[in-house]
Design a protein around this ligand. Structure first.
Ligand code: SF4
Length: 423
């Protein structure tokens, strides 16, 4: 689909309409939450936490793994998507139903595509569930069903489940809850991501819906997949990340729930003998995924990994607000492009919008970590030009500079050049 067709598509038109409403309410909520705290102080603290974490990542990872192992959590390390999938396909028994919560890293390693051949997977995040029912794909990391009209949601649910539903968010969610509750109660495997991992041995998963609490506690095996950049030194640091995620992610001061997991469920109530799997999971697995992240650090671009994936920058990005998930790959917007360059490769980043960024820096102003995505994009463009991955306009401008000493080509006095290469 070319750009004009894309912009004229009903999917993009719907997304734009809903985005306006979502943006206004997000801003109002976020403003109220920010008024309650010293936002500048929190931002500084967050940057410091990430700076320290990423410059000591190997050491912190080692400490975290030792702590988790001593607490009964089984830890695996995966260098790339393929290795992560291999590990997970071994841990997850064939034909077993899996209840899953929202996780970007699970999308990133494309696990679902492989699991679907042998397991039934149930998305338990309301947004992800609705996206799937509607045969759609996510447009936002925090609110994935943002672009889907309510009429379509009702139509698809009625068609698939032979029920009658009112077109009201409350009624839809009540039906989704009832449907998913049955699935969760009859599943033995819970699959989630993580928002922060403290090297002192705790995994933080935050949520507003309550599905993660159920998926991580009502199953026998809880499997957590997370990128290595989620590791921070202490639990206090992890709490800071959770607080920022709530404020910049959804606009609320705090998430409804923060799940802190440090071991499988256990009791020593009978003669002080530890028995695992008391009320919660008997086994907890943690798969730590690298998948290009070490390369980011080696390339001196650690700032990319400061990202906590709150999605705040997307609301303010002039490109994302026009084409949504078509700007980025598994991760959206300028920062998504930067991640794609390492998780996938520069060619994929180029195809998905390496040259779309206007370098306006609205993202930086609205990022809790003040990540200078525009600067990162400029560096990546430099690398891509050196690797001969560039746009036709770029090539032409360079040719013009060589031939005419300016990027526009032959310029006649008093006349505007034929091609300005600005868009
Ligand atoms: S770049 Fe900043 S604002 Fe954007 S998702 Fe990452 S942390 Fe959030």
């Amino acid at each position: 689909m070319n750009l004009n067709e894309l912009l004229a598509s009903s999917r993009i038109k719907n997304a734009k309409e809903v985005m306006e409403k979502a943006f206004r309410s997000y801003l109002t909520y976020r403003q109220k939450s920010l008024e309650k705290i010293d936002a500048e102080k929190l931002k500084k603290e967050l940057r410091k936490i990430k700076e320290i974490s990423l410059s000591n990542l190997d050491e912190l990872k080692k400490k975290a793994i030792e702590n988790f192992k001593s607490q009964g959590i089984k830890v695996f390390e995966a260098k790339d998507s393929e290795e992560a999938r291999k590990i997970l396909l071994k841990i997850i028994p064939e034909n077993e139903k899996i209840v899953k919560s929202k996780s970007n890293v699970i999308e990133e390693i494309q696990l679902k595509k492989f699991l679907e051949k042998r397991n039934k997977i149930i998305e338990t995040d309301c947004g992800d569930f609705l996206v799937e029912i509607c045969g759609e794909s996510s447009t936002h990391p925090v609110t994935p069903a943002l672009h889907i009209p309510i009429e379509k949601m009702v139509e698809k649910i009625e068609e698939k489940f032979k029920v009658k539903l009112e077109k009201s968010p409350e009624k839809i969610i009540a039906w989704v809850k009832e449907y998913l509750r049955k699935e969760i109660l009859t599943s033995k495997i819970g699959l989630t991501g993580a928002n922060a991992i403290s090297s002192d041995g705790a995994i933080f998963i935050l949520e507003n819906e309550g599905n993660i609490s159920l998926v991580s506690k009502l199953v026998e095996k809880h499997i957590i997949v997370a990128g290595i950049e989620k590791i921070v030194p202490s639990m206090q640091d992890a709490i800071r990340v959770c607080q920022a995620l709530a404020i910049w992610g959804t606009g609320t001061s705090l998430p409804s729930y923060i799940n802190i997991i440090s071991s499988p469920s256990k009791t020593a109530d009978i003669q002080k003998e530890i028995v695992y799997g008391a009320h919660g999971p008997k086994e907890v697995f943690l798969v730590l995924v690298d998948n290009g992240r070490s390369k980011v650090i080696k390339n001196d671009l650690s700032e990319i990994l400061y990202c906590i994936n709150c999605g705040s920058c997307l609301y303010f990005c002039p490109i994302y607000r026009q084409i949504f998930d078509n700007y980025g790959y598994d991760y959206f917007g300028g920062i998504g492009i930067a991640k794609t360059a390492f998780i996938n490769d520069l060619k994929k980043a180029f195809e998905r919008g390496l040259y779309y960024c206007t370098t306006c820096r609205s993202c930086k102003v609205n990022c809790p970590l003040e990540i200078d995505t525009a600067e990162i994009i400029k560096k990546l463009r430099e690398i891509s030009v050196n690797e001969k991955i560039e746009t036709e306009s770029n090539k032409k401008m360079i040719e013009n500079i060589r031939e005419y000493g300016n990027p526009f080509g032959k310029v006649e006095e008093g006349k505007i050049p034929k091609e300005l290469y600005c868009c």
